[in-house]
Design a protein around this ligand. Structure first.
Ligand code: C5P
Length: 324
């Protein structure tokens, strides 16, 4: 990651662009609800090459401005609840602290170029937040190092630190405590997206209300060693057989059509099929690149246009984009 020199601002009117990836949870093991409303997790994050982009530039006056372009841009909140504007606010507070010797940041224009489905279980909003942290750190010459950005990311959302880190990582706590997992063999995915999103809090609530849900504060089950072995060796069949998502039953209860989509993907020859995060996206693992292309073609034939996408992981975390 490029780090800015504190005090050395980019030229006036300059734009900074950053990108951050979508994620799939290869495992999502969920424990009992904590007193703060979050659930303790043991998860294995895997970043895929479906990027969200953020472009930021300083404004001379007025409030912050947020613009969204791309698919589903009309359903993205433009108010202060948007994680990009919250990232800007958090960095302003950081800039005001004694540890950061930077000029006080003014208002900013942020453009989100959406590519990740909204409320799809792929952490698109978290990718926006991670890209915004990187871009504004550069635009405002804050000079914050990666560790500090990861700490701030955890304040914005459980999945934001992973969007900064990328590749593969085990997430514990509420998902924000990360340990990188080295495994660079590519995995080839077909993502079955949905035109209507699922609310993450609603899926966790459904999980809590289901028979057999863990008691408050119960620890999550551990990540299967077979999955970790499969990831390290790059064996898609071993990985596919060990994909687990404890939120899957809750997502299927809220959206019974997803169970049928998952069954169709299994029947079409995927090595493994899993609901991504809290859904509704269904991630289908293929044996190799050609297998993924063939699986995508087969599944697209029975699906509405634009809902079947190819993706490959692991992908890098949030990064600055070169200016051409
Ligand atoms: O951290 P984030 O803002 O992305 O979480 C959104 C919501 O998802 C939380 O308010 C909570 O309802 C649920 N959640 C949870 N346990 C987690 C992560 C998220 O219950 N570990």
């Amino acid at each position: 990651m490029t780090e800015a020199t504190p005090g050395a601002r980019p030229r006036p009117g300059a734009e900074v662009t950053a990108a951050a990836p979508a994620k799939i949870n290869l495992t999502l093991r969920v424990g009992g609800r904590r007193a703060d409303g979050f659930h303790p997790l043991n998860t294995l994050f895997h970043a895929v090459d479906l990027d969200e982009q953020i472009v930021v530039r300083d404004l001379t006056d007025g409030p912050d401005q947020l613009e969204v372009v791309g698919p589903q841009s009309d359903v993205v909140p433009l108010d202060g609840s948007n994680l990009v504007l919250r990232a800007a606010q958090l960095l302003r507070q950081e800039a005001a602290s004694a540890a950061v010797r930077a000029l006080p940041p003014g208002p900013v224009h942020c453009l989100i170029r959406k590519a990740i489905p909204v409320a799809g279980g792929l952490a698109g909003g978290s990718a926006d937040a991670a890209a915004a942290l990187i871009a504004l750190n550069q635009l405002w010459s804050l000079g914050l190092d990666h560790g500090r950005l990861v700490h701030l990311a955890g304040q914005l959302g459980s999945d934001v630190p992973f969007a900064l880190l990328g590749a593969n990582a085990v997430g514990t706590g509420r998902g924000e405590e990360l340990t990188a997992v080295t495994a660079n063999r590519p995995l080839h995915w077909v993502l079955l997206t949905s035109p209507v999103g699922l609310s993450t809090p609603a899926v966790f609530q459904q999980f809590d209300s289901q028979p057999g849900s863990p008691p408050p504060d119960a620890s999550p089950p551990r990540i299967s060693p077979a999955l970790l072995a499969g990831l390290r060796s790059g064996d898609p069949w071993l990985i596919g057989a060990n994909l687990v998502n404890d939120l899957e039953a809750a997502a299927f209860a809220l959206r019974p059509d997803l169970a049928r989509t998952a069954a169709a993907a299994r029947a079409a020859g995927a090595c493994g099929v899993i609901v991504s995060g809290s859904g509704p996206t269904i991630a289908c693992l293929a044996p190799d690149q050609a297998g993924a292309d063939a699986l995508a073609a087969k599944l697209a034939a029975g699906s509405a246009p634009g809902l079947v996408r190819r993706a490959t992981g692991p992908a890098p975390g949030a990064r600055l984009c070169p200016v051409y």
